[in-house]
Design a binder for this molecule. Structure first.
Ligand SMILES: [Cu+2]
Length: 347
């Protein structure tokens, strides 16, 4: 029974591995953009998601290699015990990093199952999984047979059956301690990459309420385009109006909580909204350094108010996959300044 559980978890990791290697998903190519799309919902702020997005080679391969190891190890029962530890620690780190999304979308993302993975790993470890239907068992038996054919010149001082050398209780203690440490590491990573500190000096004088009107139209070359993309604001309350003239678009992968506005809402055609429906999200307006995340439904008018208390240059970009090429996450106008990226100068 426990071996069935082990193989089942192995198959789950194989499906994750399949997602990674399936060419149409473009896992490696999209990695930065997907990581960046978590910035608005990371409870530690956008610092760590931005860091991951700017080191895509390392992090994409790290996740791919661990996923591949867990798939092979658990399914075939090779180094089962180590896989229980690795799998649990890996899940704990992922869970901690994405905990902000979980609170926003209960069970709505693929990270909601990680506590279950950790529990299954614990059960496999304590239950001594890997003792049948496994390569661990096959190798152990083969080794024993080989030993039996050898003349008994030197008896190893290692107690026989090394897999039982540590009691289940000791193992379980290591397991719990390691999982908790991994959770702490995940949280630590978020906290270690905080928002840029507010500039020191006297608090800025808040100016009067100002207005910023933006529209999204289809440019002559067929790309959707924010205009203006680069503009100047004054500190104080700014009331934005974004008229999105692009077509409505469904973005099923959307983590779309509104963040950083007065009241935590945006107004779509006058209706206050906390979480924008994935049924229609044509574009977004994300300013990580202001912790601002706005999603604009196509063929709608979105309004929101932001209190801006610091001066400086702030980058904004759209995280909604609106590229017009084969890969909507990475083809233009995604990431093209003047279309889906720009600079706000606050004076
Ligand atoms: Cu866009």
């Amino acid at each position: 029974m426990i071996e069935v559980l082990r193989i089942g978890l192995g198959i789950v990791w194989f499906t994750n591995l399949f997602f990674i290697v399936y060419p149409a998903n473009n896992y490696f190519g999209d990695f930065s953009n997907v990581a960046r799309s978590f910035a608005p919902v990371s409870f530690g702020g956008p610092g760590f998601p931005d860091y991951v997005a700017s080191h895509p080679l390392f992090f994409s391969w790290l996740i791919a290699v661990v996923t591949g190891y867990l798939a092979v190890s658990l399914t075939f029962g090779l180094t089962t015990r180590i896989a229980c530890f690795v799998g649990s620690f890996f899940s704990a780190v992922l869970f901690a990093i994405q905990i902000g999304t979980i609170f926003v979308f209960p069970g709505g993302t693929d990270v909601g199952e990680h506590p279950l993975y950790i529990l299954i790993s614990a059960v496999l470890l304590v239950g001594g999984a890997g003792q049948s239907l496994s390569l661990d068992e096959w190798i152990g038996t083969a080794w024993m047979r080989y030993r039996a054919t050898q003349p008994t010149v030197r008896r190893p001082s290692v107690p026989s059956g090394w897999t039982g050398a540590l009691s289940a209780r000791t193992l379980f203690s290591y397991f719990i301690a390691g999982t908790l440490v991994s959770l702490a590491i995940g949280v630590g990573l978020l906290v270690a990459f905080p928002l840029p500190p507010t500039t020191s000096g006297p608090p800025p004088v808040m100016g009067p309420t100002t207005y910023e009107n933006i529209s999204i139209n289809i440019a002559a070359n067929g790309w959707p385009q924010y205009s203006p993309a680069n503009f100047t604001l004054h500190t104080g309350q700014v009331i934005f109006t974004i008229v999105d003239n692009d077509s409505p678009m469904n973005w099923s992968g959307c983590p779309c909580p509104v963040m950083g506005t007065v009241g935590g809402v945006e107004y779509v055609n006058g209706t206050p909204i906390h979480i924008v429906s994935s049924d229609n999200v044509a574009h977004s307006f994300n300013v990580p350094d202001l912790n601002l995340a706005i999603y604009t439904p196509g063929a709608n008018i979105t309004q929101f108010t932001v209190d801006i208390s610091r001066t400086g240059e702030f980058e904004w970009y759209c995280v909604v996959p609106c590229g017009t090429g084969t890969d909507p996450y990475s083809t233009p106008p995604m990431g093209v300044p003047g279309f889906m990226e720009g600079t706000i100068n606050v004076v």
